[in-house]
Design a protein around this ligand. Structure first.
Ligand SMILES: [Fe+2]
Ligand SMILES: [Fe+2]
Length: 313
């Protein structure tokens, strides 16, 4: 993957410095005037820790000037996300309270639109946007694993083993999504569509990396995971029905069908064992578990609102 198109003066400066290695100039960088300039810059800086860019030297992964820009951007981003988050419910038992919190959350649904009314072109746009995440599905959770106790680590590994295909590279969820893209006539290469991604998609991806890459935010990472899994099974069924209605290829439908069953299991594991045990061990992390959970649902709502409005226009 090559570096993406800049979206403002900040990303322009930072991406140029990443390509030519002249990062010392970044001591003074322009402030982003629009959110997508900051979010794209942060996305590109995080990408250095995943698979990186073909036009950026790998040695820059831990470049202190780039890390300084990343720290500045992620502090701003974390503040924005925390400001958006309501106080956590403290009722016991945790799992039942958490499931009720998810069930009570009422947001707009892209999947419901796909199921009933979306056009093929709208769905293709959606798949391009989703590819930013699904082609590296679950990788952000992997960052958190070394920061966990043995019982929580074992449960996260059980879930990740499934996401990563249970040892079969053809069953990796990211691979299933790539097959679906290819069969749908879309590009399957990782990062192909980042220039098409609206700011809400960049925020979703950046939140996952923010939580995964900062040890102090491990509870937010697992809360995000739990809410993500607990809000996936029904939308996946709707997506599969909508794709079938529109005559999309079986490979694309299969990706979503896989998640109807899998995520019904994953949500139990993520809420009861992963977050449940984490909170038995460290009850003070409750607010952060809900910070991650809220962020997962809220960022999806923001994306859905934007796309449903655009598609209705
Ligand atoms: Fe998955
Ligand atoms: Fe899952």
């Amino acid at each position: 993957m090559l570096t993406p198109q800049a979206r403002g003066p900040l990303s322009d400066r930072v991406l140029a410095a990443m390509r030519d290695g002249a990062t010392a100039h970044l001591v003074q960088v322009p402030e982003a005037e629009v959110a997508e300039d900051a979010q794209l810059t942060l996305w590109a800086l995080y990408e250095q820790h995943y698979r990186g860019f073909d036009d950026v030297p790998a040695a820059l992964e831990w470049d202190p000037h780039l890390i300084a820009v990343r720290r500045h951007l992620e502090e701003d981003f974390e503040r924005i996300l925390r400001d958006r988050t309501p106080p956590a419910p403290h009722a016991e038992p945790f799992a039942e309270t958490f499931f009720a919190y998810i069930a009570d959350h009422d947001g707009p649904s892209v999947a419901a639109h796909v199921q009933r009314a979306a056009t093929s072109e709208q769905v293709r746009e959606l798949l391009r946007h989703r590819s930013i995440y699904h082609l590296k599905e679950s990788d952000h959770t992997t960052w958190a694993i070394p920061r966990l106790s043995d019982p929580v680590k074992a449960a996260v590994m059980e879930l990740q083993f499934d996401e990563y295909g249970c040892g079969d590279p053809d069953r990796l969820h990211a691979h299933l999504f790539a097959l679906g893209l290819e069969a749908s006539g879309l590009r399957r290469e990782y990062g192909s569509y980042v220039d098409d991604a609206p700011v809400e998609i960049l925020e979703q991806n950046n939140a996952m990396s923010l939580f995964g890459l900062n040890r102090r935010l491990r509870a937010a990472s697992l809360g995000f995971l739990a809410a993500f899994e607990a809000t996936s099974s029904t939308p996946s069924r709707r997506m599969a029905q909508g794709l079938d209605r529109l005559g999309f290829p079986t490979a694309m439908i299969d990706y979503y069908l896989e998640h109807v069953e899998a995520d019904a299991v994953h949500e139990q594991l993520a809420v009861r064992t992963i977050c449940g045990v984490l909170l038995q061990e460290e009850p003070d992390l409750l607010e952060d578990v809900y910070f991650g959970a809220w962020t997962s649902m809220d960022l999806e709502d923001r994306y859905a609102e934007r796309m449903l409005q655009e598609w209705a226009a």
